[in-house]
Design a protein around this ligand. Structure first.
Ligand code: NCD
Length: 342
């Protein structure tokens, strides 16, 4: 693993599988009455949010607290950033306070990369979404959700998503979730298809490791997972489709369309959902929709990432029984989780 997590494209297959397997261990902590591990005691993590967020911000904070880190929350609103302070000065202020990791969400693509490579700070940098560029922990939690649902919780350990067919639908142009997912799913061996109006696909899409289709109905029967993307109005400065009604009719997922999906297939959404636009309430509330599960899995994934970037050598989870080596899990003997109960 590298020292920072900036892009899903930086992860090798083995890195990604190690994070997913570590997240499975972390998920067990959530099943305990006291959901806390001492792993990051004495470490300070700052959540630096320059853009709005509900799920990602709360999820990182929950993950940090479950690992016993000291948490500082910073939002640009109400800070000196609104007085004109630069990212550099903000970073140097954090450095002076001795933070160990910075979780950053920023409206400008590339801001986390700049922070990690500028020499302004020494801390590990984790990208929580930058502009239309990347959102690697979202892609990881999505892959974790797919592996659990489509391969199995135990059967999935050590496995990737080889052969799984994943369809991403909607505003690909403005979506860091789509970019991160295409990168990670490709690394994990899945076959990805993007479905969007031509106006909402980026220039150069031919070079992405995926298929492109303009016809949702013909793609649904060939999908194991269908991920709906929000139309990102806040990033649009032109008219990309005639009307919302027209968009929903062609690219929205309703009950009739969902019925075209194979029986085992799941519906995903990173949130926030705009009910009635890209997804109907009927689909959003159905058993096949994993939105709430994705949020819960996000905490486990972020615990795993923080642990692997900052954790050191202490076992994160101790077992009450000797660990069972999974034959297909090449990491099981090496992970810090193979430790016995102290
Ligand atoms: C996404 C984001 O912010 O990129 N949401 C999230 O992190 N759960 C997608 C979106 O805003 O539509």
């Amino acid at each position: 693993m590298q020292r920072h997590l900036i892009s899903a494209a930086d992860l090798t297959r083995d890195d990604a599988v190690l994070i997913l397997d570590t997240a499975e261990e972390m998920a067990r902590v959530a099943d305990r009455p006291i959901k806390k591990l001492p792993t990051l005691r004495g470490r300070t993590i700052v959540n630096l949010f320059f853009e709005d967020s509900t799920r990602t911000r709360i999820s990182f904070e929950a993950a940090e607290k479950r690992l016993s880190a000291d948490v500082i929350n910073f939002s640009a609103k109400g800070s000196s950033v609104s007085k004109g302070e630069s990212l550099k000065d903000t970073a140097q202020t954090l450095e002076a306070m001795g933070v160990d990791a910075v979780v950053i969400r920023h409206g400008a693509s590339g801001a986390p990369y700049r922070l990690a490579n500028s020499g302004w700070i020494d801390a590990a940098v984790i990208n929580a979404g930058d502009g239309t560029h990347q959102h690697p922990t979202q892609a990881l939690l999505d892959a974790f959700t797919m592996r659990r649902r489509l391969v199995g919780r135990d059967a999935g350990l050590g496995q990737d998503l080889s052969g799984k067919r994943v369809t991403l639908v909607g505003d690909v142009l403005h979506s860091r979730v789509a970019r991160s997912n295409v990168d990670l799913l490709h690394t994990l061996g899945a076959q990805v298809t993007l479905v969007a109006p031509p106006t909402l696909l980026p220039v150069g899409i031919e070079a992405w490791p995926c298929e492109v289709s303009y016809d949702l109905d013909s793609t649904l029967p060939k999908s194991d997972a269908v991920m709906m993307l929000r139309v990102q109005r806040e990033r649009m400065h032109a008219a990309f489709f005639p009307t919302e009604r027209e968009y929903s009719r062609r690219y929205g997922l309703d009950g009739d369309r969902m019925a075209r999906m194979p029986e085992h297939a799941i519906v995903m959404h990173p949130g926030p959902m705009v009910r009635g636009m890209e997804i109907t309430a009927e689909v959003a509330d159905s058993d096949r929709c994993t939105v709430v599960e994705q949020v819960a899995n996000g905490v486990s994934i972020r615990m795993a990432v923080l642990y692997l970037l900052l954790g050191g050598n202490e076992p994160a989870v101790t077992h009450t029984r000797p660990p069972v080596a999974h034959p297909s899990n090449e990491h099981s003997a090496h992970t810090p989780f193979a430790a016995e109960e102290k």
